[in-house]
Design a protein around this ligand. Structure first.
Ligand code: DX5
Ligand code: ZN
Length: 226
């Protein structure tokens, strides 16, 4: 069943010393996006399953774990166990993506595959039935606050077309540089799940920004007739 457009704020730019309180500031979010980085797949280091478990105890919002780690085949299930409702692996890191997606689903979470900006979707189209979401990075992964890459938008469109061609309900998520200025273009191109980090946590009222982002995306879809 379609759930409509969803906003998943990233806590990467929130105050790490007060994450429970930071998550409590965004009650209107659909998910909390947790960026897991290992300092190998990306040149930045954040948190692991222990932190995800602590977060899942501190909020009723579901957690959307975005794993930017090399050893994802071995570690993804730990994040399901830690309480994540959705677990995203990068196709550039996964050694056996079909086995991995099945393992995530079997463990009880939604399985999602992420693509860096320069990774094409076409070679992976046949994997779509194994996935609940595809994440198209709209910046190079690693850091919040980077500039949105418009060059990814045609891929968002092709991903949406592929999902429809296969008759699936796979969500299409965009992540990186999503703001009031860019979210409309993402929604028009066919994204339905939007990660926003600095746009939300640099706003004076993060929850009002969540609501404003969702409204802006809905207006764009209505305007484009999509
Ligand atoms: C980047 C992360 C993003 C990041 C988004 O590697 O995957 O989730 O936190 O932050 P903004 O919205 O600031 O680009
Ligand atoms: Zn992310």
């Amino acid at each position: 069943m379609p759930v409509g457009l969803q906003i998943t704020p990233s806590i990467l730019n929130a105050d790490f010393a007060a994450l429970g309180a930071e998550v409590a500031r965004i009650p209107n979010a659909d998910w909390v996006h947790v960026d897991v980085m290992d300092n190998h797949f990306v040149p930045n280091l954040t948190f692991g399953p222990t932190m995800v478990e602590a977060l899942s105890r501190s909020t009723t919002l579901p957690l959307d774990a975005h794993l930017m780690i090399d050893d994802v085949d071995r570690c993804a299930a730990d994040y399901v166990e830690a309480g994540a409702g959705s677990v995203t692996f990068h196709i550039e890191a996964a050694k056996a993506p079909i086995r991995l997606a099945r393992e995530i689903r079997h463990a009880g979470a939604r399985a999602s595959m992420a693509l860096k900006p320069a990774t094409p979707i076409e070679p992976y189209e046949d994997l779509l039935p194994e996935l609940d979401m595809i994440l198209l990075m709209t910046v190079e992964p690693g850091f919040g606050g980077q500039r949105f890459l418009d060059l990814v938008l045609p891929k968002v469109r092709r991903a949406r077309e592929a999902v429809e061609r296969h008759g699936l309900e796979t969500w299409v998520q965009v992540d990186g540089g999503v703001s009031l200025e860019t979210i409309g273009r993402c929604a028009e191109a066919g994204a339905d799940v939007f990660v926003a980090g600095s746009a939300v946590y640099s706003a004076a009222d993060p929850d009002a920004m969540v609501v404003a982002l969702r409204e802006r995306a809905e207006e764009a879809v209505a305007g484009s007739g999509a």
